[in-house]
Design a protein around this ligand. Structure first.
Ligand SMILES: [Zn+2]
Ligand SMILES: [Zn+2]
Length: 106
């Protein structure tokens, strides 16, 4: 399974056991991954509908999802992205629903 041996970007050999990452179909050594994620964040085109009313918070800088959005306690505020480290604003949206039932027959 783990048969990649060279970084797709710097073509340096990645030894087994060394940290390397698969990202967007590329196999990268850690150094390149850091550069790549920085560039990716710089080039990411943010459109409002990419980050609006999502089940998880989506970073408006790099587009990654925060899988533990529910753990964030405050309903709004600032948060730092785990992937690119940039801070962004968020607010939690509540969907209001109603339940109805019949009155008991008398
Ligand atoms: Zn590399
Ligand atoms: Zn991010």
């Amino acid at each position: 399974m783990w048969n990649e041996t060279h970084c797709d970007r710097c073509h340096k050999e990645v030894y087994s056991g060394e940290c390397a990452v698969w990202v967007l179909g590329k196999f990268l050594c850690v150094t390149c991954y850091e550069q790549f994620s920085q560039e990716y964040a710089d080039n990411y085109q943010w459109e409002e509908d990419k980050t609006m009313l999502k089940k998880e918070m989506v970073c408006p800088y790099c587009g990654c999802e925060n899988g533990e959005s529910w753990e964030v306690k405050a309903d709004d505020g600032e948060i730092e992205c785990d992937e690119c480290g940039k801070e962004f604003m968020y607010c939690r949206n509540y969907e209001v629903t109603y339940t109805t039932w019949r009155k008991k027959d008398e």
